[in-house]
Design a protein around this ligand. Structure first.
Ligand SMILES: NC(=O)c1ccc[n+]([C@@H]2O[C@H](COP(=O)([O-])OP(=O)(O)OC[C@H]3O[C@@H](n4cnc5c(N)ncnc54)[C@H](OP(=O)(O)O)[C@@H]3O)[C@@H](O)[C@H]2O)c1
Length: 257
């Protein structure tokens, strides 16, 4: 049994770069990949939060490093992408969880809000994928996991630029899969339901709204950070060798009601 599970899910010997690793879903995924055996390079903006996630990983016996970077700044992104490949070598796994959801009413959406949303949510996954994907393909093994959304497939509360960026993330994931799957690089997206994180704090402040959203799922509750560990470890590991180009909805059935 042990060996069977190791063959399917172990990330031993793999290196993962995780953006958005300082908070919420990205942090939970970074820790889960570490538990599954990966060396983890965490990217985020806040130094204290980076230090905390690196400490949590190391305390559990996992190799980890963290680098601070504003992914909306292309020069910083490029520098961070190079630095992230230094401690443990070129990554085998890339997770792009960094994201912003600004939610102005559509008529008030400014050029700057549009540009920032696209830069962090869509351009950064593209640029990081382009930096690491070809080298994964050359080595014959890789995994890319991008974070999509309900708004990949539907409008949902001032979707605005956010929904457009997340629809783009699913298309980017398919484009990456088309380019690199033949060489062992499986590229997929995870679409969360409604999960309590700093991003959704404002919505959770209205308990009736949070309860109404939970009631719209099939399972009857909103998402928890622990819901993402299994999906991420699966998509990052050997078991997902024939899964590519997909958007996996980890949403309690929200998207199919
Ligand atoms: N929570 C949900 O219900 C939900 C639902 C659907 C999809 N998602 C998606 O899941 C992903 C994670 O969301 P979350 O809820 O975990 O969000 P979160 O807790 O607010 O975390 C967002 C992360 O993105 C990073 N980030 C934001 N702007 C950045 C920038 N300019 N440069 C570098 N890093 C930046 C943050 O870094 P710092 O904190 O260090 O600034 C933080 O680590 C996002 O892509 C989001 O769109 C979330």
């Amino acid at each position: 049994m042990g060996e069977f599970l190791v063959d399917l899910f172990s990330l031993q010997g793999r290196t993962a770069v995780v953006t958005g690793a300082t908070s919420g879903i990205g942090r939970a995924i970074a820790v889960a990949l570490g538990r599954a055996g990966a060396r983890v390079v965490a990217l985020g903006r806040r130094d204290d939060a980076l230090a905390a996630v690196v400490a949590e990983l190391r305390d559990a016996g996992d190799d980890a490093e963290g680098f601070s970077c504003d992914l909306a700044d292309r020069a910083q992104l490029r520098r961070a992408a190079e630095r992230a490949a230094e401690p443990f070598g070129e990554p085998d796994i890339l997770v792009t969880s960094a994201g912003v959801n600004l939610r102005p009413p559509f008529d008030d959406l400014t050029d700057d809000e549009w540009d920032l949303t696209m830069a962090v949510n869509l351009d950064a996954p593209f640029l990081l994928g382009r930096r690491y994907g070809p080298a994964m393909a050359d080595r014959g093994w890789g995994r890319i996991i991008n974070l999509a959304s309900q708004q990949t497939i539907r409008a949902f509360g001032n979707s605005g630029a956010y929904g457009v960026s997340k629809a783009g993330v699913a298309a980017l994931t398919r484009s990456q899969a088309e380019a690199w799957s033949k060489n062992g690089v499986c590229c997929n997206a995870i679409a969360p339901g409604f999960v309590r994180t700093p991003m959704t704090a404002a919505v959770f402040e209205d308990p009736r709204r949070a309860e109404a959203l939970a009631a719209r799922t099939m399972i009857g509750r909103n998402g928890e950070l622990s819901d993402f560990a299994g999906a991420a470890v699966f998509l990052a590991g050997p078991a997902a060798a024939y899964v590519t180009g997909q958007t996996l909805f980890v949403d309690g059935g929200f998207s199919v009601t």
